[in-house]
Ligand binder design. Sequence first.
Ligand code: ZN
Length: 346
Amino acid sequence: MLQKIIIAVLSLALAAVGGAFAFSLWAPKAVQPAAVAPGAAASRFLAPVAASLAPLTAGPIVSKSAVVSAEKPGGTAFAYEYVPPKNASLQDTFATVRDRDLLRKLPEIQSIDGLLTLPAPLRFLTAECKSVDAFYEPERREIVLCYETLEMLYAQGEATAAASELGKDFPEQYVLANVRFILLHETGHALVDLLELPITGREEDAVDQLATVLMQKFASVDETPTQTAENLRMAANWFLQRSKGQYNLDAYADEHALGEQRYFNLQCLIYGHDPVGFVSIVSDGDLPEARAARCPAEVERVERSWLRLLLPHIAPKFQMTEQQAQRYFEQRERERSKGAEAPYVR
Ligand SMILES: [Zn+2]
């Protein structure tokens, strides 16, 4: 099964290379009236967690002085910018993401915007990079998503849709799923740096885990857990797309795990999050049983670890205990499950 997936994915990757990029499907839907004020909730797609966390900050704040504000401070707001490219061929992509205000439509980024107290502001940019890339730049405290990456993802989405008759919405869905995962991965690097979070083992693996947990916990309320799993599986497939299947010493020495390993790690986190609901991941052969058996415990550890790492940095306005956070996430997942047509992937 895996071999089949890898072959299919690699042939799609090849098909995508050289194919002239067209943002045609994405662009027309993309253009929205420029009525979206920066920072404003643009649609129900955005469900800022900050607002829904408020009830967890139990009770009125007891103050001995009338001078002290009853309002506890919120966290550090993110900044967003769409940098115009110099390369004329990237103009359409730039205009599309700027007009759609893409960075403010990513539910997990919006959910944690203002939730944490950071020692310095963090900026999210889209920009021309002259290569397919996305990265965190610690000196400038910037997370950069390259237009070249967006174009490459869109071409891959189009090629996949054409090969599998997935429908015209697929390329956009594929781009958004991957952009969410990529930017959350880079956000993980930024948080490790800014908050000096203790990480043992490979940081690349840790921030892949964080990206997964954030998508599972902070997807918008109108996205069912099954849809989130589908989005995560699209991100997992991208690891295979980038893999050459053959490795030299540089690849083995790289700070990233091999694409196939990142693929299986992600499958494990999706399956382990709901082993009954996502049993097909194992029965379809996308995750070997030997690994699958340990995934529920692995997920529990990963979720608890990241929660404990981040809780001390939650802004006073939203502070909560570990138990309160668990309850909040359980309640949120129940709400998201309500909209599901079928509770399981089959
Ligand atoms: Zn990384």
